[in-house]
Design a protein around this ligand. Structure first.
Ligand SMILES: CC(=O)N[C@H]1[C@@H](OP(=O)(O)OP(=O)(O)OC[C@H]2O[C@@H](n3ccc(=O)[nH]c3=O)[C@H](O)[C@@H]2O)O[C@H](CO)[C@@H](O)[C@@H]1O[C@H](C)C(=O)N[C@@H](C)C(=O)N[C@@H](CCC(=O)O)C(=O)O
Ligand code: ATP
Length: 459
C-alpha cells in the first residue's frame, strides 16, 4: 500500500469501506478508498456524548449512518470519478441506489459541466438487497426541531418564524465557522455545533491533479442533521431552502446546438428535498420529518421577511467567501464582489431603508459601475445566471424594476443602466414583483405548523 500514489485516470474503483459510530465519544467515522489506496477517513462529531441508544432507535441510527456514509462519499468520489463504485461493509436496496444515483448525478451536475465530463454512464450503485424492504417504524421521537443555521439571512428567517410559531428548536450547524457561531449565539436559543473533518488526503489529491469542483453540500449537511436528530431523539430537521433554489442556470451546450439546465444548488432544490425526505420516512424513521421551512417562498419573499428583522444586521453574512475550510475570509463579512453579495444586496434593496443596507455591506454595490457584468449575469442579460446560490433572473429583474421607481436608488449607476439599456429589451409583463411574493403550495412543512406559519409569511 505504501507504493500507492494518486493517479486520477488510472483509478478503477471507489470503495465505501465501512462506517462506524462510537456512542461513548459521539464520533462517527466514514471510511472510503480508491482501489487499494489509503483509507480516507472523514469524521463527524456530535456533541452530547455519551449517548445511550437502543432498540428501534439504534437500528434507525445505523441506517442513518449508512446513508450519511453513502452521501458524504461524493466529496471523495469526485476526485477521480471512476466507473466502478463498491459498497463493501453493508448492502443497499434498489430504492437507496436510485436515490444515490440521483444525488451524485445531479449534485455533481455543475462539477461535470465545468470539467467537461459525462457522468451518466459512470455513476452506478449496485443493489444486492431486494426492493420493498419493511417500512421504517416510528421511533417515538420527541417534538423538537434541529434547525440548520448557515450564517446567512435564510436560516435566520426560519428560526424567527419557528420562534413565532412556538416551536421548540435547537440551532444547529456543522463546522467551525465563527460567523455562524456568532449568529447562533445571537438567536439566544439552544445550540448544537457538529464537528466535521474531511479526510486530509483529499487536499493532497487536489494538489496531485484530482478532479475538483462543486459538490451537493446541502445533501451532506442534511444527512448529518438526520443522523444527529435520531441520536438526540428529536422529530424534525429543518432547512431553509427557498422555492427559487429549484431552478438552475440555463447553459448553452459547447457546440451551441441546445441549452441545458445546470443547478449549482441542486441539493437545495425540491427534487432533493422530496426524494430525501420521503426516503428518511420510508427507510429510516417514520416519525422523522425533514423539510425546508422556506420552500413556499421565493428569494425575494425571503428577503422581504428578513428586512423585518434588524437583530442580525451586524452578525450575518450570505457571502460564501466566509466559509472556506482553509484560506482567507472577507474583512467585514461581505466581499462585495461575488454573485451572492450582488444578489443579496439587490434582493434586500426594495425592502430596506438605503442607509441600513449600505451600512450592512459598508458600501453601495448598486452605484459601482465596475460591477456591471456581475449584475448583468444576475439579470440573465447577455450571460447566464451565475453558478452560485442566487435567485432566478426574473427575481433580479423584478427587484431592479422596483428600484427604478425609488428616488433614492434610481440614479445609482447599475439601476440607471438597467432602466436605460436593459429594460427596453424586456417584456414589461414579467417585471412585477407581486407575483413573486405568492406562496407556493409545494412543500413538506407539517400541516399543523403550516397553518400557524401561513399568516406569518403572508404578512
Ligand atoms: C466556501 C466555498 O464556497 N467553497 C467552494 C469552493 O471551495 P474552495 O476550494 O475554495 O474551499 P473549501 O470550501 O474550503 O473546499 C476545499 C476543498 O474541499 C472540497 N470539499 C469541501 C467541502 C465538502 O463538503 N466537500 C469537499 O469535497 C472542495 O471541493 C475543495 O476541493 O469551491 C469548491 C469547488 O467548486 C466548492 O465545492 C466549495 O463549496 C463547498 C462544498 C461549500 O461548502 N459551499 C457552500 C458555501 C455552498 O456552495 N453552499 C450552497 C449550497 C449548494 C448546494 O447545496 O448544492 C449555498 O450557499 O446555498
Ligand atoms: N455549516 C452549516 N451547517 C448547517 N447548515 C448549514 C450550514 N451552511 C448552510 N447550512 C444550511 O443550508 C441551507 C442553505 O444554505 P444557505 O447559505 O442558502 O442559507 P443561509 O446561510 O441561511 O442564507 P443565505 O442564502 O443568505 O446565505 C440553509 O438551510 C442553511 O441553514
Amino acid at each position: 500500500m505504501s507504493q500507492w500514489s494518486f493517479q486520477r485516470d488510472a483509478i478503477h474503483a471507489f470503495r465505501f469501506v465501512r462506517c462506524g459510530f462510537d456512542a461513548a465519544t459521539g464520533i462517527a467515522q466514514l471510511v472510503y478508498a480508491f482501489d487499494d489506496g489509503p483509507e480516507l477517513v472523514e469524521t463527524i462529531t456530535v456533541p452530547g456524548a455519551p449517548f445511550a441508544v437502543e432498540g428501534a432507535r439504534a437500528a434507525a441510527l445505523e441506517k442513518a449512518l449508512q446513508l450519511l456514509h453513502l452521501i458524504a462519499g461524493v466529496s471523495y468520489y469526485k476526485a477521480a470519478v471512476p466507473g466502478e463504485i463498491r459498497v463493501e461493509s453493508y448492502a443497499i436496496d434498489p430504492e437507496t441506489a436510485a436515490l444515490l444515483e440521483t444525488v451524485y448525478l445531479n449534485g455533481l451536475g455543475e462539477f461535470a459541466y465545468r470539467n467537461g465530463l459525462d457522468l451518466r454512464e459512470r455513476i452506478r450503485f449496485s443493489a444486492p438487497l431486494e426492493s420493498g424492504s419493511t417500512p421504517a417504524p416510528a421511533l417515538g421521537l420527541r417534538e423538537h426541531a434541529l434547525v440548520a443555521i448557515g450564517g446567512g439571512k435564510d436560516s435566520l428567517v426560519s428560526i424567527e418564524a419557528l420562534r413565532s410559531a412556538g416551536v421548540d428548536q435547537t440551532v444547529t450547524w456543522i463546522g467551525g465557522s465563527q460567523l455562524i457561531a456568532d449568529c447562533a449565539a445571537r438567536t439566544g436559543l439552544p445550540t448544537l455545533n457538529i464537528g466535521r473533518a474531511l479526510a486530509p488526503q483529499l487536499f493532497d489529491y487536489n494538489r496531485e491533479g484530482a478532479w475538483n469542483g462543486h459538490i451537493p453540500v446541502t445533501a451532506v449537511n442534511s444527512a448529518i442533521l438526520v443522523f444527529a436528530a435520531i441520536l438526540h431523539g428529536v422529530d424534525q430537521v429543518v432547512f431553509s431552502n427557498e422555492h427559487s433554489a429549484s431552478y438552475g442556470s440555463l447553459i448553452t451546450t459547447p457546440d451551441g446546438s441546445s441549452t441545458a439546465e445546470v443547478n449549482h444548488q441542486w441539493s437545495k432544490g425540491w427534487a432533493f428535498e422530496s426524494a430525501f425526505g420521503d426516503h428518511i420516512q420510508r427507510r429510516v424513521a417514520a416519525d422523522l420529518q425533514y423539510y425546508s421551512l422556506l420552500r413556499p417562498l421565493s428569494e425575494l419573499a425571503v428577503a422581504r421577511q428578513f428586512a423585518k428583522l434588524d437583530r442580525y444586521d451586524a452578525h450575518f453574512s450570505s457571502c460564501n467567501r466566509n466559509f472556506h475550510i482553509r484560506g482567507e475570509r472577507p474583512a467585514n463579512r461581505w466581499c462585495g464582489v461575488c454573485p451572492k453579495c450582488h444578489f443579496v444586496f439587490l434582493a434586500l434593496a426594495p425592502f430596506m431603508p438605503k442607509p441600513r443596507l449600505v451600512g450592512i455591506f459598508g458600501r453601495n454595490l448598486l452605484d459601482e459601475a465596475s460591477q456591471t457584468p456581475g449584475f448583468d449575469a444576475l439579470l440573465e442579460f447577455q450571460d447566464h445566471k451565475p453558478f452560485e446560490c442566487v435567485g432566478e433572473g426574473r427575481e433580479s429583474r423584478a427587484a431592479m424594476t422596483a428600484l427604478v421607481q425609488r428616488p433614492e436608488w434610481r440614479e445609482d449607476a447599475i439601476v440607471e443602466r438597467f432602466q436605460r439599456v436593459i429594460r427596453p429589451q424586456l417584456d414589461e409583463a414579467g417585471l412585477a414583483s407581486e407575483p413573486l411574493m405568492a406562496i407556493d403550495a409545494q412543500h413538506r412543512i407539517p400541516a399543523r405548523l403550516w397553518e400557524r406559519l401561513r399568516a406569518h409569511f403572508a404578512a
